[in-house]
Ligand binder design. Structure first.
Ligand code: 48H
Length: 257
């Protein structure tokens, strides 16, 4: 066993891949359920897709199910997506399916990577590239460890034809765009409106209806949509997240054409 060979294998293969993904079709911020689902459907269409995740773990808020009971619920419309991903669901009542959240995250992550999307964890999106007359044209990245340790280390940039904000409740990429360039988003106030109190039915419907482009070059999916447009949260029903992920992928494929 040669320790240096092991070190070289890791650093060289990671660096080669990172360099290859400096210019992508789609860059997704956040590897929660919506980002992973979007990555899966994009990659299956042959779209070069990179996902950047701040945390060590992939899966965002899905692991914890509802209040740490590690189960999620999805509705009729989302069940075929979980079936396709290989996640077991049990019909609890007509129209309500329950799944193990650990199995669901693991399956989404596995299918996303196997479809060809690349996930870079431990990397935070801290800024955006704006080019071509105020169009989002890429992301600015740093190691999460740098941000957490508050180190003064400059970031690096990646170029992408489309960016998807899948950062969940904080809608971080949209907030960056508003804060940095005073942009007006496609919302009632032009800014990130902020999510409203829990109401599953409306939260889910509104989310699916508004998944899409929020600013030139920038789309939102998942919980970020509710935050951006000021829609209710929905609690531990995750169907909307994966439907939104699929929808944003299909829309982006159209836009890329
Ligand atoms: C890199 C980042 C950054 C950044 C954040 O929160 P998520 O799980 O988001 P969704 O939209 O896929 O799913 C939402 C769902 O988990 C949820 O919270 C629900 C249904 N809530 C309902 C309710 O009522 O509360 O995942 C977002 C991911 C996370 O892993 C973050 O770590 C990551 O994005 N992230 N990654 N750079 N700047 N900001």
């Amino acid at each position: 066993m040669d320790d240096i060979v092991i070190s070289k294998a890791i650093t060289q293969s990671f660096t080669d891949e990172f360099v290859n993904y400096l210019d992508v079709d789609v860059a997704i911020a956040g590897a929660g359920p919506s980002g992973l689902t979007a990555g899966y459907y994009l990659a299956r269409k042959g779209v070069k897709t990179a996902i950047y995740e701040r945390k060590l773990s992939i899966g965002g808020g899905m692991w914890g199910g509802g209040m740490m009971f590690n189960r999620i619920v999805v509705q009729d419309e989302a069940k075929p997506i979980l079936d396709e991903m290989g996640v077991t669901t049990i019909e609890y009542q007509p129209g309500y399916y329950v799944a193990d959240s650990v199995e669901a995250v693991s399956a989404l992550c596995y299918q996303c990577v196997k479809a060809g999307a690349r996930i870079f964890n431990l990397i935070s999106v801290e800024d955006v590239m704006i080019r071509e007359e105020d169009r989002v044209s890429g992301l600015v990245l740093n190691w999460s460890a740098v941000t957490m340790a508050n180190l003064h280390v400059d970031p690096l940039s990646i170029k992408s034809k489309w960016v998807i904000d899948a950062t969940g409740h904080d809608a971080e990429v949209c907030r960056i765009v508003v804060r940095k360039i005073g942009a007006r988003l496609n919302t009632s106030t032009g800014e990130v409106v902020g999510e409203k109190p829990m109401w599953a039915e409306h939260g889910e419907k509104d989310l699916v209806a508004k998944t899409g482009e929020v600013y030139p070059g920038l789309l939102t999916s998942g919980m970020a949509v509710n935050a951006v447009y000021g829609y209710p949260r929905m609690g531990p029903i995750f169907g909307g997240m994966i439907i939104s992920g699929k929808q944003v992928a299909e829309l982006t494929v159209e836009l890329l054409r």
